[in-house]
Design a protein around this ligand. Structure first.
Ligand SMILES: NC(=O)c1ccc[n+]([C@@H]2O[C@H](COP(=O)([O-])OP(=O)(O)OC[C@H]3O[C@@H](n4cnc5c(N)ncnc54)[C@H](OP(=O)(O)O)[C@@H]3O)[C@@H](O)[C@H]2O)c1
Length: 303
């Protein structure tokens, strides 16, 4: 791409946004958060199966958009481990095709990716430049998707997030709270560390990223770090403060090695550094504790 075209892409005005994965946790949140300000349209799994090559071309070619945000993915980590071809079709081949289709109509693409591209052997927050070495088929397929997107255009954005939670689809934190309502003993893994990412916050960060001309890989998460056990304990504490009735008040620690039901390997430490985002936008994401407290106050305690 020449310099003129590159400059042209940077000042692209976003008016119409197409969200894929519109029935998912993040996609649904983006649809809601952007609907007042943009012409936003969502496509669900039922409307487009990204494993089907001819469907992708047909559905995307018929849509009108300046920015495509791809939140659709095969996210079930253990399922991916035993369905490698399907994982690569949805998480790698499809994003590459979406990138080609965006490129040919001069639209911007933001593709969502994951902290699971890292092996988790680090002890400091991962930057975008750290080598990605996935330890699962899910992670491998998502990394292949990142590469497929950025090989079409380095001006597209690959947004890696970790431990996504929000009101549109239950995640770890909701499952843990439900268990604490039903039983007196709950436990969670205490030796796996990352950072929760609130979908509502992600909507505003994404907008800031494209408005500030972000390109390439970008890490986004709330700040701080915790284990699943600390995350769960904090959520339980918030529920108690909100006056919710719980049978369990303490989250007992488990070791990752005790999770005999896990098929795929999980990376142990995947805290994402959001320094690049802060340098670009001047904004530091709020802490995961603040985001979880708000989520519980506004969405869980009122249920
Ligand atoms: N959830 C996390 O903790 C987490 C962590 C790191 C990164 N991410 C990334 O963040 C993005 C959004 O994830 P999320 O949390 O919103 O996950 P999610 O709730 O599982 O949403 C994924 C969406 O993709 C759809 N989908 C699955 N297979 C599809 C296919 N073959 N064709 C079309 N759509 C398909 C799903 O539809 P159905 O449910 O109807 O199948 C679902 O609506 C993904 O790229 C994910 O890899 C998520």
């Amino acid at each position: 791409m020449g310099a003129a075209a590159r400059a042209d892409r940077k000042i692209l005005i976003i008016r119409r946004i197409l969200v894929l994965g519109a029935g998912g946790r993040l996609g649904k949140a983006l649809l809601r958060e952007y609907s007042g300000e943009f012409e936003v349209h969502g496509i669900t799994h039922a409307e487009l199966d990204l494993a089907k090559v001819d469907e992708i071309e047909r559905v995307i070619s018929a849509a009108e958009f300046d920015l495509l945000i791809n939140c659709a993915a095969l996210t079930a980590v253990d399922y991916c481990e035993s369905h490698r071809d399907e994982a690569f079709a949805v998480n790698a081949r499809a994003p590459g095709m979406l990138a080609e289709l965006c490129q040919s109509r001069r639209a911007k693409l933001i593709h969502l990716s994951t902290d699971y591209v890292f092996d988790g052997a680090g002890e400091l927050p991962y930057s975008e430049d750290d080598p990605a070495r996935p330890v699962s088929v899910y992670g491998e397929s998502k990394l292949a998707g990142e590469n497929a997107v950025l090989s079409v255009s380095p001006d597209f954005i690959v947004m890696r997030v970790s431990w996504v939670f929000g009101p549109d689809r239950p995640s770890f934190v909701d499952q843990l709270i439900n268990r604490a309502r039903e039983t007196a003993h709950v436990s969670a893994v205490a030796d796996k560390v990352s950072t929760p990412t609130y979908t509502v916050d992600t909507a505003s960060w994404l907008k800031l990223a494209w408005e500030n001309g972000a390109t390439g890989v970008l890490h986004l998460a709330n700040t701080g770090q915790c284990s699943w056990q600390e995350y769960g304990q904090y959520a339980i504490d918030c529920c108690q403060r909100a006056g919710m009735e719980l049978r369990a008040r303490k989250v007992e620690p488990l070791k990752l090695a005790q999770m005999s039901n896990f098929i795929a390997r999980r990376p142990v430490y995947t805290v994402l550094s959001t320094e690049k985002f802060t340098q670009l936008t001047g904004v530091t994401p709020r802490s995961w504790r603040e985001a979880v407290a708000e989520y519980i106050g506004e969405h869980v305690a009122k249920r």
